[in-house]
Design a protein around this ligand. Structure first.
Ligand code: SF4
Ligand code: SF4
Ligand code: SF4
Length: 300
């Protein structure tokens, strides 16, 4: 039987933290676990399975934000479940007004399209911010290319890995491979010459590797930081704050944005809807002054 102090702690977690979620049947709870970037070891997977078999009702739920929920847990079983999770190195997740599970795509360790690595960024941000109490719920997501597999631009804070195509010296054969590779129709023929339409180009970098004659060079990688995206009923892309060329700078800027949200946001309102009241442009001016880099010339 759980002790009185354990049950008091559980009640506090239910009220104040989001990892223990009361279900439609108010006698039962769903336990959301903390899985930064959705990465689990085999032992963790087996452990979660065993815990679910012992204390749950036979099924797990994989969430859209790379974590796992163990549903239908009776309140008096929660302390035992949390102790068992702790033994396999897993903490409970977050859901209330706090920084919730930080998501990341596999990045350049696995994905052919990745422009950046995601592991170090994920580790740093998870250690610094996961579970931090905030006026609003804050989702942080990292995608290593504009394909946006973690919906980072629909998150309160997003990092997207970019590479910018630039023409090298040398004779373009006009073979059209790069234009055929581009999904944005951003490489067009103007006066018989292949030209980049910078308005359309998303800087995914796919054309760079496609050229058989190395006529296209990639600048970067860049880390684009967006703020104020949201999913749900009225999805909206975040606003671009800045692009920088190092992971360290990107992490430091996200630290500043988390602090800005913590100090300036009001609860009960989406970040998207209060960006102007919070003076996003002033934040942007400060960030650009401190971290801004020269803009690359793309006309070559
Ligand atoms: S966001 Fe891009 S790099 Fe990351 S997994 Fe998706 S396609 Fe690959
Ligand atoms: S970087 Fe991507 S979007 Fe831009 S031109 Fe190349 S393939 Fe097209
Ligand atoms: S793939 Fe290379 S050579 Fe072919 S059109 Fe594009 S830039 Fe020119």
């Amino acid at each position: 039987m759980p002790s009185k102090s354990e049950m008091n702690r559980i009640r506090e977690l239910i009220e104040r933290k989001g990892g223990i979620i009361r279900e439609r049947n108010s006698q039962l709870y769903t336990i959301r676990v903390r899985i930064p970037g959705g990465v689990l070891t085999p032992d963790m997977v087996l452990g979660i399975g065993r815990i679910t078999r012992r204390l749950g009702m036979g099924s797990l739920h994989i969430t859209t934000r790379q974590t796992v929920e163990i549903p239908h847990i009776e309140q008096n079983k929660i302390p035992s479940l949390l102790r068992s999770l702790e033994k396999i190195g897993i903490g409970i997740g977050a859901e209330h007004d706090e920084v919730v599970n930080i998501t990341a795509c596999p990045g350049n360790k696995r994905c052919k399209l990745a422009n950046i690595g995601t592991d170090t960024i994920l580790d740093n941000l998870d250690r610094a911010h996961f579970g931090k109490g905030m006026p609003i719920r804050v989702r942080i997501a990292v995608s290593a290319c504009p394909n946006g597999c973690t919906s980072e631009r629909l998150s309160e804070i997003g990092i997207t890995g970019l590479r910018m195509p630039i023409r090298n010296q040398g004779k373009c054969t006009g073979c059209g491979t790069c234009a055929n590779t581009c999904k944005e129709n951003a490489i067009v023929t103007v006066n018989g010459r292949l030209t980049l339409d910078t308005e359309k180009c998303m800087e995914c970098g796919m054309c760079i590797d496609s050229c058989p004659f190395q006529i296209i060079r990639g600048l970067g990688p860049y880390y684009m930081i967006t703020v104020g995206g949201r999913r749900g009923r009225h999805p909206q892309l975040g606003r671009e704050l800045i692009r920088v060329s190092s992971a360290e700078k990107a992490v430091e800027i996200v630290n500043r944005v988390v602090d800005w949200i913590r100090r300036n946001a009001y609860s009960g309102k989406n970040l998207t809807d209060q960006m102007d009241t919070m003076d996003f442009s002033q934040l942007q001016t400060k960030i650009i002054k401190e971290f801004g880099e020269p803009v690359a010339d793309r006309t070559g």
